[in-house]
Design a protein around this ligand. Structure first.
Ligand code: T5A
Length: 216
């Protein structure tokens, strides 16, 4: 049996992670790989409840927010990600530990070392083999996320209303963008920057070139 491969997708709001997750899974399946597509927060039943609290509930203090993301992750890694990897699947996760560093660390200003420790605790030291950072200019990503909200309000088939993070102010998004830049510079082997501009198919081709070279 092939050993499992753990790929995460990261980036700011509306960067195209969900779209690219589906396209990557489709491509991998064509190549004969079994895939699990999942996400954080919300990859488990408990996670769904935490997601509602985190993104659409009443305001939460930054430390409580951090701990809820950690709880979501602990459950997710234990009950879904590790079993899929053990079964030899390619796990493609929409956001993981780097989002916590970017949003709660760079964005909210919580201590990065504390977040790293908590990430280790929640994951039992599980690290992605490959992280694809979808790099899109902030304004473009936020406009995409907002147009998705407009589609929701006008009754189009998909997508949720604007969430707590999308409502955050511009400097918050600038800080977390800087966070992703710094994280990618710190771990260039694991975190690969993908230019997320252009059509979904163009971005998918860039992603496939990287994934193929790693799987090969
Ligand atoms: N969070 C999460 C934390 O604060 N800490 C953490 O530890 C974790 C794990 C998750 C929120 O939680 C926060 C970060 C987030 O704010 P979410 O709803 O999952 O909430 O939010 P996002 O991950 O940001 O998901 P989005 O749906 O907003 O963005 P995606 O998935 O990056 O983008 P996608 O694919 O949905 O595309 C957005 C829109 O753009 C279009 C799509 O059709 C869609 O309408 N689109 C394109 N349009 C033009 N060209 C392309 N190439 C396009 N690709 C997609």
């Amino acid at each position: 049996m092939r050993s499992g491969v753990f790929i995460t997708l990261e980036g700011g709001e509306g960067a195209g992670k969900t779209t690219q997750q589906a396209l990557l899974a489709e491509r991998l399946q064509q190549e004969g790989y079994a895939c699990l597509c999942t996400r954080e927060p919300g990859g488990t039943a408990l996670g769904q409840e935490l997601r509602a609290l985190l993104l659409h509930g009443d305001p939460i203090s930054p430390l409580a927010e951090l701990l809820l993301y950690a709880a979501d992750r602990a459950e997710h890694v234990q009950t879904r990600i590790r079993p899929a990897l053990a079964a030899g699947q390619v796990v493609i996760c929409d956001r993981f530990t780097d989002s916590t560093l970017a949003y709660q660390g760079y964005g909210r200003g919580l201590d990065l070392d504390l977040i790293r420790q908590l990430n280790q605790l929640a994951t039992g030291n599980l690290q992605p083999h490959l992280t694809l950072w979808l790099d899109l200019p902030l304004q473009v990503g936020l406009e995409r996320a907002r147009s998705r909200q407009t589609a929701h309000l006008s009754g189009a088939k998909k997508f949720s209303p604007v969430d707590r993070m999308e409502q955050a102010q511009w400097p918050f998004h600038q800080r977390l963008y800087q966070g992703f830049q710094e994280l990618a510079a710190t771990e260039p082997q694991r975190i690969v920057r993908i230019d997320a501009q252009g059509s979904p198919e163009e971005v998918a081709r860039r992603i496939w070139a990287v994934v193929k070279s790693r799987l090969g």
